[in-house]
Write a protein that binds this ligand. Structure first.
Ligand code: AR6
Length: 197
């Protein structure tokens, strides 16, 4: 993959971009955006974004993994949109409730809900002094959002926030995928919005 060629340069940049160590991303698109396929609970970024639900009690998927790795303290504070990370290596967890996908619903509705998750998470990260953030692929598991549509919405919204200066205080934005289908969707879509350096 020709996008891998910047990895050497990227890892040098990473050591200064944040005081949180991060495993080598799979692909770097510029100094700020990268893609990694891993278990998000292992990432030592300032904030990870959980794909939560409205019950506030945790659940399956990435939510369950985060709760198991964080330990029981997380449940106590989970009514907040941003919490401490307890036993996780990150510093904060942002709990975003993505939309349930329905192909029969008006497309604009779930698109705007998913956009709001990415926008609000970046706002919360910036407000809380987080310099690095890793997003799980919100709504693409139990909530059934098609990977390509979700990736396009996620990446376009992050770019929009960046272009408006809303992520100026954030050094690193990581799209963390877990399944091959989501990694493929990001790999295809990110270069449309962030051409490789
Ligand atoms: N690290 C990173 N990504 C993960 C991990 C992990 N450890 N485990 C799963 N994923 P989902 P949703 C990916 O179902 O669709 C929960 O029960 C997964 O491959 O976790 O937003 C909540 O409590 C997928 O790409 O979240 C809600 O009830 C992505 O995380 C509901 O599921 C999101 O899949 C939310 O559904």
């Amino acid at each position: 993959l020709n996008l891998l060629y910047k990895l050497g340069k990227l890892s040098a940049a990473h050591s200064t971009a944040s005081d949180s160590p991060l495993p080598e991303p799979n692909v770097a698109y510029n100094d700020k955006i990268s893609l990694i396929r891993t278990d998000i609970t292992k990432l030592g970024v300032d904030a990870i974004v959980n794909a939560a639900n409205e019950s506030l009690l945790g659940g399956g998927g990435v939510d369950g993994a985060i709760h198991r790795a964080a330990g029981p303290g997380l449940v106590l504070t989970y009514y907040e949109q941003i919490t401490g990370a307890y036993n996780l290596p990150c510093k904060k967890v942002i709990h975003a409730v993505g939309p349930v996908y329905s192909s029969t619903k008006r497309k604009g509705k779930h698109t705007s809900l998913l956009q709001g998750c990415y926008r609000r998470s970046l706002e919360l990260a910036a407000e809380n002094g987080c310099r690095s953030i890793a997003f799980s692929a919100l709504s693409t598991g139990v909530y059934g959002y098609p990977s390509d549509e979700a990736a396009e919405t996620a990446i376009a919204e992050v770019k929009k926030v960046m272009d408006a200066g809303g992520a100026d205080e954030i050094d690193r934005i990581v799209f963390c995928s877990f399944m091959q289908k989501d990694e493929d969707a990001y790999e295809e879509t990110i270069p449309e919005f962030f051409p490789p350096m």
